[in-house]
Design a protein around this ligand. Sequence first.
Ligand code: PMP
Length: 351
Amino acid sequence: MKSFEKNLFKADPYIAGEQPAIDSIKLNANENPYPPSPAVQEVFKNFNSEILKKYPPIDGLELREAIAENFELKAENVFLGNGSDDVLGSSFRAFFNGDKPILFADITYSFYPVWCNLLNIPYENPKVDENFELNADDYKKPNGGIVIANPNAPTSICKPLEFIEYIIKANPESVVIVDEAYIDFGGVSAVSLIPKYENLLVVQTSSKSRSLAGMRVGYALGSKILIDTLFGVKDCYNSYPMDSVALKVMLASVKDKEYFNNTVAKICKTRDNTKEQLRKLGFKVMDSKTNFLFATHPDYSAKEIFEYLKTKKIYVRYFSKPRIDNYLRITVGTDNEMQAMLDALKLFFAK
Ligand code: PMP
């Protein structure tokens, strides 16, 4: 090792799904198979690059007002970031500064332990049960903060609002983050609880339900004190995380409610049909309130199925991790993409 190397950071990063070749069926990153709202295309058509010579508006006020209106909140209750990963990373920095461990489930979004390790935040992982269900009483012990992904990833299970409120109510001394990356696909958001609980932060994204994964727009909703604290952290790193293009694109998407509702409904319908078809092929499939399905087969290993689908240029997600290493996470694509996957599975089982 060269002498300067001892001071270099040794990262233990999050590993995202593969980016396969363009002619494959990509069902491994929970992206939306449909394009963003046509209003987004209009933004690009009419875009004048002249505006790029100036910095973007520092507070993203117009977009924050539009998002706030959707939830009957005020702009002061909305924070914007470069995708919800950016918002969550800033939130861990902003809210988890105590000595006690923060709590999140043993099976959940695998970026949470990465931020804890990066920021030296102690953490504990209450175990979900054998059906991957969270137990609310596991979150009633002393802690430095709580993070619940609802619906959870990669299990796709969504807990009702009363369950989330029970945990928030039991933890007035901690900030409770509810990561709602997939809430638009059938769950009930905890946003309605924000006026009641100043310690609640709800994080959402445009990456899934709005088909804007490539644009990187996420946001947090919460009390003024939490949002002000987040802006404080942001201004210690990067005063302008939201570029001028992203602000305009997201504003156009937020205003087109009809396209949003239609697209989400289409995905939910394809999801529920695919779930039934997978069950007919012998899979055990969790009831999903997300844009993906979490499935296991009693007779074939998940890894084997994953490798086989890859040979057919169909990419799903496989996690080589304790408790879930015999499951596949399958993003809901178009009806045609799902049919191609089901046909490939039938061929595999017929062998
Ligand atoms: N939370 C969860 C539970 C997720 O699965 C993802 C997607 N990987 C994110 C947050 C981050 O999404 P994005 O940064 O694209 O908003």
